[in-house]
Design a protein around this ligand. Structure first.
Ligand SMILES: C[S@@+](CC[C@H](N)C(=O)[O-])C[C@H]1O[C@@H](n2cnc3c(N)ncnc32)[C@H](O)[C@@H]1O
Length: 257
């Protein structure tokens, strides 16, 4: 299936393997051909894109980069091994993904992040540690899940500090929504795990109620609702910032039923 992409049963030819520069997309877009319109959970920040981060795309993208247009992910071909597959969505600067890949060398990791400087930064870090069990998409997680990840392919999904969109009128942009939980469930293997963390109390409640109302996920915390931060999750930049602002932190851990 490499060189092709799956669109709910149909197949479209490969277009490219290197991401093109990304202009800011509209808030709501159908994205690729055949894709349902959805509200984007991100706004591409202009931010600083350092020469080193830009160079990473020339030097390391061929090793670490994956393209949605290349279609369904073939893990054996991509990683050369058949190990448990962990997906981290919205990895930001990638500190957690780097730490996980070093700490859990017997797993394969796929990261998705729309923010190009973060992808460049992580590729430089991965290359400097000669990490070989991580691959990255510089794209919208929904497109990756829809076009590249086969049903029941994932063993773990990790989403740490997704954008909270705190204002009432922005909350429709939150990534964790019923359709998204259903898509994750479909792509996660039986007994697979979903781990979420946030430093926004009302987003934690929102995540909890989304997952509790889904028949696909069982809360490992039971009536306690939230779990203590597991030792595999390090404190990222966003978590530190949240704590500095006096926010609490909530971890949710769910098993795929
Ligand atoms: C608040 S940051 C947290 C980053 C990181 N997980 C951490 O804890 O430091 C949320 C990240 O999710 C990314 N993001 C938001 N929606 C996304 C989507 N649909 N697909 C991929 N990345 C997304 C944003 O670009 C941003 O870097």
């Amino acid at each position: 299936m490499r060189g092709q992409r799956l669109i709910t049963g149909s197949v479209v030819k490969d277009r490219s393997s290197t991401p093109s520069p990304q202009p800011s997309p509209p808030a709501k877009s159908a994205g690729r051909e055949g894709e349902k319109r959805h509200i984007r959970s991100f706004v591409l920040r202009q931010g600083r894109f350092t020469p080193a981060q830009q160079r990473a795309f020339t030097e390391h993208w061929p090793r670490y980069g994956l393209s949605v247009d290349a279609g369904a992910l073939d893990t054996r071909r991509t990683f050369g091994s058949h190990a448990p597959l962990v997906l981290e969505i919205g990895f930001g600067n990638g500190e957690q993904l780097l730490s996980s890949s070093l700490r859990e060398p017997c797993k394969n990791f796929v990261g998705i992040e729309v923010h190009r400087p973060g992808v460049g930064r992580l590729m430089n870090a991965l290359a400097s540690h000669n990490v070989d069990n991580v691959r990255l998409y510089n794209d919208d997680a929904i497109a990756v899940l829809e076009h590249c990840i086969a049903p029941a392919m994932l063993d773990e999904v990790r989403i740490y500090f997704p954008d909270p969109w705190p204002k009432k009128r922005q909350q429709k942009r939150r990534l964790i929504q019923p359709d998204f939980c259903a898509l994750l469930a479909e792509r996660t293997a039986a007994k697979g795990v979903l781990h979420l963390a946030t430093d926004w109390a009302d987003y934690a409640e929102h995540m909890y109620s989304m997952l509790e109302s889904s028949p696909d996920w069982r809360n490992r915390a039971g009536t306690a609702r939230f779990i203590a931060r597991p030792d595999w999750r390090i404190e990222t930049h966003f978590e530190k910032r949240g704590r500095r602002l006096g926010h609490g932190v909530w971890d949710l851990l769910y098993d795929r039923c």
